[in-house]
Design a binder for this molecule. Structure first.
Ligand code: ARG
Length: 451
């Protein structure tokens, strides 16, 4: 093998397999060739290799294919060996003033920034799908929950926009992490930079980086950029899994609020009637896989002394697994959300269930009769304990007992009670910033659509 030469005896079998990163390196093969070309162009510009040498090496690099690479403990060694096999010893000039340590860090950053941009586009698609479904449902009144108990009526638009806003924050986190990913470690060499008169800014520019990871020791040893990308992905998956969980719950016969398109479901090998929400369940499950990737990477890089340590190689596959799992989950979720059929009749019918208009009765009592909110809360709480839909006589009786007055004698009569019991009215009056009233969710949907 290229690097061991006379320094070390040959390596093979289990040990070679154990230390090899060749499998995961498939991800960075193309990026490595880009890094090679940029580095070579810079060496030529700085007069560190001759123009003819540059041309011969680049021409040979152009013909190298992943499938044809021979042995080597990583893709960097294998490419260099193949290059030298093709152009002769002059190929050995390519590694002037660099190390695999800055090389691999550069490759990971190049591939990761592309992955992050792809993921951001997919998050954007999902947020957009939610906003579109919300815009169609500004007037669809649904039950709102706290503690998974009926709480207050809201609208489907309000609910879906809540998920969309979480995803827009995920977008921001990914974008923010991308800025720190997109910095070049190249030219840091092993860790101490180099005595060759290289130009780090030039290779950074050629490779489309927005600057350098300046300190050469930091540049080769940090993987905090990939921890950040994985953290943003893990948080995104928390949000995706919350949405997936509701798709699962809402498509049970107990809820019956929605039906997933057939494409996103599976059946049973024994129970012919089954339509199971397998895609949503896998999004929920794969969230665990992404957490695992993050935790594995955190644990691998923690407490590593300066500067490069081979442990770092072990973190990289977790990055690719975490990011690609996240991308797949977001893409599938977009399809499931776009094609789901909401059962509006059932949603509307359930919107007043569990005495979910109780808060509005208390609020209306306060507005009409000027009693303190806590007093109204106690009166309506007594109605809730009694059960059933309250009549004005029940309200008068409870208020008399608790606060020595009769609401019907203070302008809160049958008509006012009926209005407070109407879920649609509950929603209409909640028109403050961020509330479920149709005019407010329409405003929010338009604003998110612009974003
Ligand atoms: N495959 C290695 C990695 O992923 C490349 C760098 C190897 N450097 C070294 N000094 N052994 O980290």
């Amino acid at each position: 093998m290229l690097l061991r030469g006379e320094r070390l005896g040959e390596i093979s079998g289990d040990v070679l397999e154990f230390i090899s990163s060749r499998d995961a390196d498939r991800q960075i093969f193309e990026a490595d060739l880009l890094v090679d070309r940029a580095h070579l162009a810079m060496l030529k510009e700085r007069g560190l290799i001759a123009a003819e040498e540059f041309s011969a090496i680049v021409a040979a690099l152009d013909g190298i294919e992943l499938a044809e690479l021979g042995e080597g403990e990583d893709v960097h060694e294998a490419i260099e060996a193949e290059l030298i096999a093709r152009v002769g010893a002059v190929g050995g000039r390519m590694h002037t003033g660099r190390s695999r340590n800055d090389e691999v860090a550069t490759c990971i950053r190049i591939v990761l920034r592309g992955e992050l941009l792809g993921l951001m586009a997919e998050v954007n698609d999902l947020a957009e799908a939610l906003v579109e479904r919300a815009a169609e449902n500004a007037d669809t009144v649904i039950p709102g929950f706290t503690h998974l108990q009926h709480a207050q009526p809201t609208t489907l638009a309000h609910h879906l926009l809540a998920h969309a806003d979480a995803l827009l924050r995920d977008f921001d986190r990914l974008q923010d992490s991308c800025q720190r990913v997109n910095r070049s470690p190249l030219g840091a060499a092993a860790f101490a930079s180099t005595g060759f008169d290289i130009d780090r800014k030039r290779t950074a520019e050629l490779l489309g980086f927005e600057g350098l990871v300046e300190n050469s020791m930091d540049a080769v040893s940090t993987r905090d950029f990939l921890l950040e990308a994985l953290s943003a992905s893990a948080i995104l998956m928390v949000n995706a899994s919350r949405l997936a969980e509701e798709l699962i719950l809402w498509s049970t016969s107990e809820f019956g609020y929605l039906e997933l398109d057939d494409l996103f479901t599976s059946t049973s090998s024994i129970m012919p009637q089954k339509k199971n929400p397998d895609t949503a369940e896998l999004i929920r499950g794969k969230t665990g896989t992404v957490f695992g990737s993050l935790v594995a990477a955190l644990a691998i890089v923690k407490a590593l002394p300066m500067s490069y340590n081979r442990d770092l190689q072990e973190a990289t596959p977790n990055l690719w697994r975490g990011i690609s799992t996240t991308r797949g989950a977001v893409r599938i979720l977009t399809g499931a959300v776009s094609s789901a059929k909401f059962n509006k009749e059932r949603l509307e019918a359930a919107s007043g269930a569990g005495f979910s208009t109780a808060t509005e009765i208390a609020d209306s009592l306060v507005r009409k009769t000027k009693i303190p909110f806590r007093t109204a809360h106690q009166i309506v709480g007594a109605l809730a304990a009694k059960g059933g839909t309250p009549a004005i006589e029940d309200l008068d009786e409870a208020a008399e007992r608790i606060a020595k007055f009769r609401p019907s004698e203070r302008g809160f009569g049958e008509e006012e009670l009926a209005a407070a019991l109407d879920p649609r009215r509950n929603v209409a009056v909640r028109s403050r910033i961020g509330g479920p009233a149709p005019e407010e969710t329409k405003r929010m949907a338009a604003d998110r659509r612009r974003r």
